[in-house]
Design a protein around this ligand. Structure first.
Ligand code: FPP
Length: 241
């Protein structure tokens, strides 16, 4: 792979776990279990592929509507992942961050997340954002609330609120916007993922189901990204000059 012009921030909508399991006559949760294996592989592969930030959409604000047993199984998988992977994440220079609203996840999962974030905060080889109880609209509303609070307290002049200040109130504060959003499982939609941050991301949709997604698939997505001309509102002639 060409190591030039690699996306600094890759964000992934990990879709297709249920279909992966159903195709094999297994319960959906087996697809999520295999999905964790894919998570492990992609976290290991991301730094070598040039990405310094990897964001994984693991549980949305809408996923609470799923059958209670599936939600419980997903929370159990998260817990096991955080317990079993922390040492490797720390040893590999990964800094873990949590995108999403606090409070609704089971207390033990939240505690594990807080501990893992504290234990890896000084690492800088890869920032791994886990989007959990995350929704783009929810994140934007929380940022608006925070800015309204500051304005009411006289800490900020509403006229001074800029895109930069707004961005600093989002869960991704201080991180670059995603350059590449990958969605597995074939559906072409954002599903409330990084609505603010993905404004100029390149979108890559693959029919590959998440449990089958490998390092080679990640590299294929990055090669696609490298073939794109990013214009950010300018004309092709302007950016080609
Ligand atoms: C979407 O597939 C996937 C999810 C809602 C959960 C993703 C979770 C994991 C990959 C495992 C836990 C993650 C970590 C970080 C340890 P789907 O079930 O909607 O698939 P379908 O469209 O085929 O039904």
């Amino acid at each position: 792979m060409n190591q030039q012009n690699t996306p600094a921030h890759v964000a992934i909508i990990m879709d297709g776990n249920g279909r992966w399991a159903q195709k094999r006559g297994m319960p959906r949760i087996m697809g999520h279990r295999e999905g964790v294996r894919a998570v492990r592989d992609i976290v290991r592969a991301a730094p070598g592929a040039g990405a310094g930030v990897l964001t994984l959409y693991a549980f949305s604000t809408e996923n609470w509507k799923r059958p209670v047993l599936e939600v419980q199984a997903l929370m159990a998988l998260l817990k096991t992942y955080l317990q079993s992977e922390l040492a490797e994440l720390a040893a590999n220079g990964v800094s873990l961050r949590w995108l999403g609203e606090r409070g609704k996840l089971p207390a033990d999962v939240q505690k594990l997340l807080e501990n893992a974030m504290a234990a890896t905060a000084a690492n800088s080889r890869l920032v791994l954002n886990l989007a959990l109880n995350y929704g783009g609209r929810n994140e934007i509303v929380r940022a608006a609330r925070e800015l309204a609070r500051r304005a009411k307290a006289g800490e900020i002049d509403p006229a001074a609120i800029s895109e930069e200040i707004f961005g600093s109130c989002l869960d991704t504060a201080g991180l670059p916007d995603p350059d590449l959003v990958i969605r597995t499982g074939g559906e072409s939609r954002l599903s409330n993922f990084l609505l603010w941050q993905a404004s100029y991301a390149e979108l890559y949709v693959t029919d590959t189901l998440w449990p089958d997604f490998t390092r080679d698939d990640l590299l294929a997505a990055i090669r696609y990204f490298q073939s794109r001309q990013r214009r950010f509102g300018e004309t092709g002639e302007q950016v080609g000059r």
